[in-house]
Structure formats: structure tokens, C-alpha cells
Design a protein around this ligand. Structure first.
Ligand code: PNS
Length: 169
């Protein structure tokens, strides 16, 4: 027998974790590509209480939901704690991360090895689209805060939210 009923058939799940403060076109590109490779993709907004963001976690989730609305297999959730626990609770065997440059690799490798050692979860690295190789949420916030144009770096909903937040709600 073939198809979903066949023995051993499984939903293939992956997670794209991050702070997403806020989501950028670079993140969105990785999420879109993961959504074509897996049956279900969780976007996990990891809560770091020692790091105050520009956006509250609920606002980040809402923005990600809006900009991923076209991807039927993408689920957005937050998590307070270890990423491996998020994965265990949802039976997710794979973490998908974008790699922008060699400078990302050192820390990403450490996290991948730590996560694998903790729980066996695998990390798959996707090379970032070169258009976004310089892009980070921090740079977007800095440029936007000084009035620079970030309209080509974030989805329209995020641009609007940044504009509101930086010019005070
Ligand atoms: O967008 P970021 O801030 O670069 O994402 C980093 C993040 C949130 C994915 C990473 O710090 C993380 O997984 N944090 C959750 C806590 C955890 O599991 N720490 C151990 C990592 S080996």
C-alpha cells in the first residue's frame, strides 16, 4: 500500500525558530522554502525574557500569521524554554535555519550540535537567498528608527507596524 495510510507513513514536520522581532523578507524566504519541503512547518517565536524586543511576542506572532497566511501548512506559536522541548512536544525531528554567511556558521553549528546532543533533533541549514544575505531584524530596526527605507526588506504589514511603533502608536 502506498499513500498516507501505508505502514510507517508519517507527517514530516520541521520548525523554523527565531526571535522574529520583527519577521523580515529573509525569514519569510526560509519559511516559504521549508513549507515546500515539509508537510507541516512550525514557526516558533522563542521567548527571551532578558531581551526586551521592539514588538511583544503576541505582536510578532500576529505579524508572522498575517504574512504567512498563504502557506496552508505553516503554524505559528511561541515557546518559553528550550527549542528541543518545543520539538519533543510536537514530534518535530528537524530544525530549519537560514545561513546568511560564514559568520553565522560558528554559532549555528554550536546550537545544532547542542540540540542534537540534547535530544537527537537534526538541524538543516538552508543558504539564504543572496538578496537577503546582509539582512537582520536588528539592522531593519536600526535603519527604520533613523527614517531609512526598509520597504524592500520586510513585508508591507511589518513596514506598517514598524512605522507605527517607531513614530509611537
Ligand atoms: O532569531 P534569533 O534570535 O537568532 O534565534 C535564536 C534562537 C531563538 C533560535 C535560539 O536562541 C534558541 O533556540 N533559543 C531557545 C532556547 C534554547 O533552546 N537554547 C539552547 C540553544 S542550543
Amino acid at each position: 500500500m502506498t499513500g498516507p495510510e501505508s505502514e510507517g507513513s508519517q507527517v514530516r514536520r520541521a520548525v523554523c525558530p527565531g526571535s522574529f522581532d520583527p519577521i523580515t523578507n529573509g525569514h519569510l524566504d526560509i519559511i516559504a522554502r521549508a513549507s515546500r519541503l515539509y508537510d507541516e512547518v512550525y514557526v516558533a517565536v522563542m521567548v527571551n525574557q532578558s531581551k526586551k524586543g521592539l514588538f511583544e511576542v503576541d505582536e510578532r506572532i500576529e505579524l508572522i500569521r498575517q504574512v504567512t497566511a498563504d502557506y496552508a501548512n505553516v503554524v505559528v506559536e511561541s515557546h518559553h524554554g528550550l527549542l528541543v522541548d518545543f520539538c519533543k512536544q510536537r514530534d518535530i525531528p528537524a530544525i530549519v535555519k537560514g545561513l546568511r554567511a560564514v559568520s553565522d556558521f560558528d554559532y549555528e553549528l554550536q546550537m545544532a550540535q547542542m540540540n542534537n546532543g540534547l535530544s537527537g533533533v537534526e538541524t538543516l541549514f538552508v543558504p539564504t537567498n543572496p538578496t537577503y544575505s546582509f539582512l537582520s531584524s536588528s539592522l531593519v530596526k536600526e535603519v527604520a528608527a533613523w527614517g531609512g527605507d526598509v520597504s524592500h526588506l520586510v513585508p508591507p504589514a511589518v513596514l506598517e507596524a514598524l512605522d507605527k511603533r517607531l513614530r509611537k502608536d
